[in-house]
Design a protein around this ligand. Structure first.
Ligand code: EPZ
Length: 417
């Protein structure tokens, strides 16, 4: 198990290039199952989670090829199975996104229930509600879901919560259904828009992605296409937070400023200087940040994936900050680790009260989930003395070469395998 060792505090300086968005690439790989033609995904970030999703579609019979220059080719003309391995689905929840495409194209699938994880129970009731509304016959048993549908039929589906995954799964299923599907109270994340753009290039007829109502007119056939996913707004936000927390000056290159507006707004409230360019953002902080309050919300609100990195910045800000996590029920696992580094945080239900301290102190800490690991990295960069972060595989799921990117900005950081 890899460990990251961060020697001492440092003010990050320089330019960091943002990779393609994990949470855009994963549904797009699933969507490639909707066509028998080849789909070509360029500039792929070879993240652990992307490798798992490629393994999932390959296990169904899709031909996959990753070139040296990070071009991924997927050709699902010869699907040999409509059942996935228990282990693979349990490995990564997002693999559940193959359910919509498989139901739409083959009319059946047997898939294991995706597990919960550190941040919450992660139910899938809204996904299943959508498929049932489109005529799928769904049975659950022995940890598996079996679903059949001779032909999915369009319908109106209201999501009780604007679930990203449910919106994506239902949108993909609706592309090959008979008639019109309307998803109401849909998620509006940029990754939904990117998936919609990919599907439209395949020949799907979709209107309203990025709003709370998405209309999909089913078609008979989808062709292959070529696509480059949007930049990763959460990776970008993580580096923005690290730049501000370490009182550095960093140009985050290859980001869509619109996608990180909530983070920009909060960093400005904290006293950081944030300059927006067409495809880049510069974050500069000369003094100690001011405290601020955040409440995580579905897009365009403050993203839940940025809650823990933001909390790390709050730990060394002046004053008291309040964090309210409304999206997941258990996304405070990083707090006990931050407290080992001297952070002063009290949890009260879904809120955490953070009393800023001048400096944190290096310690041996453990990454408990993907974004918590990133938060610990930010704190380590603000701490006196070495910090050792274990279970770094969590971080590798969503950040490519993170120690190389941080080292390029001046961090004294090494990986020990
Ligand atoms: C996506 O997860 C992201 N993952 C998550 O990123 C992100 O935190 C989350 O959206 C919220 O933005 C990918 O895109 C691969 P949801 P997803 O369905 O789709 C409840 C990261 O760090 N819900 O929007 O699983 C659920 O319990 C990861 O990159 C239901 O109740 O999130 C949660 O409280 C972590 N029933 C809320 O909705 C359902 O059927 C948000 O979940 C589905 C969800």
């Amino acid at each position: 198990m890899s460990t990251l060792i961060v020697e001492n505090p440092c003010q990050l300086q320089g330019t960091v290039n943002i990779s393609c968005a994990k949470n855009a690439i994963l549904p797009i790989i699933a969507a490639s199952l909707l066509s028998e033609d080849k789909c070509i995904l360029e500039d792929i970030a070879t993240l652990e989670d992307v490798k798992v999703m490629v393994e999932v579609v390959n296990s169904l019979g899709a031909e996959v090829r990753m070139s040296n220059d990070n071009v991924l080719e997927i050709a699902a003309y010869n699907i040999t199975s409509t059942e996935t391995s228990y282990e693979l689905i349990r490995k990564m929840r997002a693999s559940f996104l193959i359910m919509g495409p498989m139901l739409a194209r083959f009319g059946k699938i047997r898939i294991s229930l995706p597990g919960g994880c550190a941040i919450g129970s992660r139910p899938i009731d809204l996904h299943l509600k959508g498929f049932a509304a489109m005529g799928a016959n769904i049975t659950l048993g022995h940890g598996y879901i079996e679903a059949h549908a001779d032909k999915l039929k369009g319908n109106s589906i209201y999501l009780d919560f604007p679930s990203v995954g449910a919106t994506e799964n239902i949108m993909m299923a609706a592309c090959l259904a008979e008639g019109m599907t309307i998803i109401e109270n849909a998620a509006e994340e940029p990754e939904i828009v990117d998936l919609s753009n990919f599907l439209s290039k395949m020949g799907a007829v979709i209107k309203g992605a990025g709003t709370d109502t998405i209309r999909i007119e089913g078609v008979k056939y989808l062709k292959g296409t070529t696509h480059t996913a949007i930049p990763d707004r959460i990776e970008a936000g993580t580096f923005m937070m690290a730049a501000a927390a370490t009182r550095g000056d960093v140009l985050i290159d290859g980001v869509v400023p619109e996608h990180v507006k909530p983070i920009t707004a909060k960093l400005k409230e904290m006293g950081a200087e944030v300059y927006e360019f067409e495809k880049a953002i510069r974050v500069k902080a000369t003094g100690r940040l001011q405290s601020v309050d955040i409440k995580t919300m579905p897009y365009p609100g403050f993203p839940t994936d940025m809650q823990s990195p933001m909390m790390s910045a709050m730990c060394v800000s002046k004053g008291t900050s309040v964090v309210t996590e409304t999206v997941f029920e258990n996304r405070f696992m990083h707090i006990s680790e931050l407290k080992l580094m001297g952070a002063k945080i009290k949890v009260d239900g879904r809120s955490a009260i953070v009393e800023g301290v001048e400096k944190l102190s290096g310690a041996k800490v453990k990454a408990t989930d993907l974004r918590a690991g990133a938060a610990l990295l930010i704190s380590a960069l603000c701490a006196e003395g070495p910090t050792e972060i274990s279970e770094v595989y969590h971080i590798d799921r969503g950040y490519i070469n993170i120690e190389k990117k941080m080292r390029k900005l001046g961090a004294k950081i090494n990986r020990q395998d």
